[in-house]
Design a protein around this ligand. Sequence first.
Ligand SMILES: Cc1cc2nc3c(=O)[nH]c(=O)nc-3n(C[C@H](O)[C@H](O)[C@H](O)COP(=O)(O)OP(=O)(O)OC[C@H]3O[C@@H](n4cnc5c(N)ncnc54)[C@H](O)[C@@H]3O)c2cc1C
Length: 298
Amino acid sequence: MGMDPSPGSKRVLVIGGGPAGMKAACSAAERGHKVTLVEKKHRLGGQVLLNRDIPGRRELVTLAKDLINNLEALTVDIILGKEANPELIRETAPDAVVVASGARPILPDIRGIESKKVVQAWDLLDGKVGVGKKVAIVGGNAVGLETALYLANQGTISPEVLHFLMTNRAESLKGLTELLNKGNKEVTVVEMAKRAGQDIGPSTRWTVMAELRRLGVRIRTGTKAVGITPDGLEVEKKGGPDFVPADSVVIVAGSRSENGLIGQIQGMGSEIYTVGDARKPRNVLEAIREGFMVGLRL
Ligand SMILES: Cc1cc2nc3c(=O)[nH]c(=O)nc-3n(C[C@H](O)[C@H](O)[C@H](O)COP(=O)(O)OP(=O)(O)OC[C@H]3O[C@@H](n4cnc5c(N)ncnc54)[C@H](O)[C@@H]3O)c2cc1C
């Protein structure tokens, strides 16, 4: 608001409004730097927002909202709907650039991957695309299993409807249990490793596995997806080839850092720092920790 920045204060451009970028912007602003954050989407939050409809993962969305509230309470210039590019760095010539551009999902090299029945889990969880009744999920890590929970939960009754049916004695207990456990999707997860959900902590993993079992999700471990046909997914396992019938195939094959900008802006005169998934895809805590630390180093 027209105030001169204090001595030693730098003009900082943060690229990306996920947890890493938001935390970096907060800690830099708290130390008196003049911070601008640009986010290419029309909302802050990054990948964390993909958790919003996954049963049991809403606390992550609360975490993102906390970061947004902190950020908005500080004097940070937030620009939404703008993709940072080399021209922006050239025009604004910031003293420091914090690259917090996150990651993007990997599309594995499977025969038929270009088929219309293939969707990326990120697009599905973002509500951009839908899937048919029979769904095969390729990849059974944490995100794969959470995507399975999200799909298997569709069509089950909500606590409110359960309350209504119970208080009005409209269904037998057996009927209610069925309505709670049976959605309108048939979900199969295909995982190459011997165990699914290996990247989930032990105290959480068993609850996720129990939920998947309750909802009738089939998990096929030691099974590799090799091809997509009009009828489903061709797989290979120890005993030989096999087939998973599917109307839709959801890909959950991990993510790759989104950091192509770094090479393009080196040598333009700004200090460059990279934080969060843009350094290496990991998790929210690491993203926040690195964002905080970079604010201290500036
Ligand atoms: C479905 C799903 C579930 C997950 N569940 C968990 C979990 O339970 N626990 C956990 O710890 N982690 C989880 N993760 C991982 C976690 O969300 C990420 O590690 C974390 O969001 C990384 O934060 P980030 O700020 O580095 O990147 P991101 O969250 O990817 O944010 C990067 C932001 O930068 C923006 N951007 C990119 N390029 C530009 C550009 N050129 N200009 C402007 N803006 C740009 C993007 O639009 C995005 O908003 C999950 C991920 C997914 C996909």
